[in-house]
Design a protein around this ligand. Structure first.
Ligand code: AP5
Length: 230
């Protein structure tokens, strides 16, 4: 692979998909990437958790699936993403995190992009061993307001229990209990990992990035990978 030369000129836009198993750092890296590229961070897990907290019809429909660590049905997720990507702020780009998670969702995303006449600039597949991720998730705390993600060892907030970004309270996610995390990894292996074959078969620009290391280091790898050209 050859690296693109225009890193200095590249600043705004891009349609990027961040993909990988639970706890690999999609949310952590997506927030930074979205700020750098000045595009919205579209995270299906965050949208669902906000709906759960607000007791909307979507929240009531999704609650049992999310709390058990199961996937929410494809029809619901495809419609949610279709509506979100049609919003004005996503017109020039987005960081998509948590979708697609099944081959059927991936095919639906392909259709949505084709109808809009756009393509993904990069599909970043973050890769790390399961046991490291189970450890990461047991130490995760999230902001109940803005959903920013912290860790009791690797990303400590300035004030204990309080979000640096918005001052919200930090809590542990219901689906971060170890047994549920292990179940989410089984779901990932059975239903989500096969999506990578779909990406490759469809000729989408897949870049596999090692997600072990510190957060800044991994961000550097992702940013560099965005400029690879086959
Ligand atoms: P979702 O919220 O998308 O969960 P997930 O994919 O399981 O991913 P996580 O949020 O657990 O992890 P992450 O990769 O974002 O890692 P993070 O950056 O937080 O989905 C939740 C649920 O919603 C699903 O189970 C399902 O029910 C439903 N759902 C969502 N989308 C769906 C869809 N498309 N179809 C059907 N159902 C859907 O990092 C993890 C921790 O590690 C943090 O504490 C972080 O601070 C720390 N950390 C990050 N990077 C590092 C590092 N390099 N070193 C050390 N620690 C690190």
């Amino acid at each position: 692979m050859e690296q693109r030369r225009e890193i200095g000129r590249h600043a705004v836009g891009e349609r990027v998909l961040l993909f990988g198993p639970p706890g690999v750092g999609k949310g952590t890296q997506a927030i930074r990437l979205a700020a750098t590229l000045r595009v919205p961070h579209v995270a299906t897990g965050d949208i669902l958790r906000t709906a759960l907290q607000s007791h909307t019809p979507l929240g009531r429909q999704a609650r049992a699936f999310v709390e058990r660590g199961e996937l929410v049905p494809d029809d619901t997720m495809v419609e949610l993403v279709r509506v979100r990507l049609a919003e004005r702020d996503a017109a020039s780009g987005f960081i998509l995190d948590g979708f697609p998670r099944t081959v059927s969702q991936a095919a639906a995303l392909g259709d949505l992009l084709a109808v809009a006449g756009v393509a993904l600039d990069a599909v970043i597949v973050l890769d790390a061993p399961t046991e490291a991720l189970v450890r990461r998730l047991s130490g995760r705390r999230i902001c109940e307001h803005c959903q920013d993600s912290y860790h009791i060892v690797s990303r400590i907030p300035r004030t204990q229990g309080i979000c640096d970004r918005c001052g919200g309270k930090l809590i542990q996610r219901a689906d971060d209990a170890e047994a549920t995390v292990r179940f989410r990894h089984l779901e990932y292996a059975a239903k989500t990992q096969p999506v990578i074959d779909f990406f490759n078969r469809s000729g989408w620009p897949v870049r596999v990035v090692d997600a072990i290391g510190d957060i800044d280091q991994i961000f550097g790898r992702i940013y560099a990978a965005m400029f690879w050209r086959d």
